[in-house]
Write a new protein. Structure first.
Length: 366
């Protein structure tokens, strides 16, 4: 990890009040100090910790009074220490504004860190546990005893590499697989108050259903590909995932990351269940971005359950699981002749014969 810029601010607010105030630092921290490095490394571990699944999104830019996206743009034009401080103070102000609207919200230390791993990131974390992180009057860390990640109030991360390469017009495209650059995590017990943190950073609501549905199939397949014991089970895993998604649509319920994992476990032998221990972190990672909760897109699901082909004269659509190569298959494919043989139902036979009889009668009339 290459740490570039770090600063700590403070939001002071008691629960039950609307009078929160800010205590911003006046300079960045010295990134060469061991405690500063340790702090960023520990906070970054929050991403990928089981139980702290990320919610993904983008800047909505719907609230013209929220200046955080604009300040982010200015910062990326001039990535100086001064501009980083301006950006962090602006974000602190937006957090304070949203916190004051909600009486139940409380204050804490807000850590801003710019660093590079596989990508370039801006990490923003609110820390409530002041016993774990102690700072002096200048908001410099003097002690990091043991930051309990389960007590982290909120955290957000912006993938600056992705964001810098996306134009405004591309942000509006649901088909842009790389467009999601904002992510948020919070303990499961704290999800009910996570809204104001996301609103302060002007985040849109989640990943589009079509993209999430498609990502579920590709992510599950990628995970099974990496584990020898699961690789042969991929067709059964896919069928189980389809069944789960169809059930979600029938019940008009969203799919969940836990539900996806359960659908895999249903077809994996019990002795291999331990191999799914890291699935949640894998699927919810910055690479795959499968949300904790998402809507199932019926059209996208159909592309995984049915084979559809058409030309100007005909259209064919059928469930993938009815296709086979033996004589008993409802739809039998012969690779040598390039033909598809259909076992006709009585209804289809009647319609075909009616059409042929009608055609013959018309030919005889002439």
């Amino acid at each position: 990890m290459e740490i570039q810029q770090v600063v700590i601010h403070e939001l002071i607010k008691q629960s039950g009040t609307k009078t929160g105030k800010t205590n911003p630092a006046d300079k960045l921290l010295n990134i060469d100090l061991p405690l500063v490095n340790e702090l960023v490394v520990e906070l970054n571990k929050l991403y990928g910790t089981k139980g702290n699944n990320a919610i993904y999104g983008t800047f909505s830019r719907e609230d013209v009074t929220n200046q955080f996206p604009e300040c982010t743009d200015h910062y990326l034009e001039n990535e100086s220490n001064d501009q980083f401080l301006v950006l962090s103070v602006r974000c602190l102000a937006e957090l304070a504004r949203e916190a004051n609207i909600r009486q139940s919200s409380t204050g804490g230390y807000i850590v801003f860190a710019r660093y590079k791993e596989q990508h370039d990131y801006l990490l923003i974390v609110m820390i409530k546990d002041k016993q774990g992180l102690q700072v002096n009057a200048n908001l410099e860390p003097v002690s990091i005893t043991s930051i309990d990640l389960s007590k982290i109030h909120q955290a957000a991360r912006i993938n600056l590499t992705t964001y810098a390469n996306i134009s405004g017009s591309e942000e509006d495209s649901e088909n842009d697989e790389a467009k999601t650059y904002l992510s948020f995590v919070s303990p499961r017990t704290n999800h009910d108050v996570s809204g104001y943190f996301r609103k302060a950073l002007d985040c849109s609501d989640g990943v589009p259903s079509a993209r999430a549905t498609n990502s579920a199939f590709t992510t599950v397949d990628a995970y099974c590909q990496t584990i020898p014991q699961l690789k042969p089970l991929r067709p059964r895993v896919k069928d189980s995932l389809i069944k789960y998604f169809e059930g979600c649509l029938e019940r008009k319920e969203p799919a969940t990351l836990a539900g996806v994992e359960h659908s895999i476990l249903q077809v994996v032998p019990a002795e291999h269940h331990a191999l799914l221990e890291n699935f949640s972190q894998f699927a919810n990672s910055d690479e795959h971005q499968l949300p904790e909760t998402f809507g199932v897109n019926a059209a996208k699901l159909k592309s995984y359950t049915r084979i559809i082909s058409k030309n100007p004269n005909w259209e064919l659509s059928f469930q993938r699981n009815v296709l086979g190569i033996d004589e008993n298959s409802a739809l039998r494919y012969d690779k040598k002749t390039g033909s598809l043989t259909i076992q006709c139902s009585q209804d289809l036979m009647t319609k075909i014969e009616d059409q042929l009889n009608s055609s013959n009668a018309n030919q005889q009339a002439f």
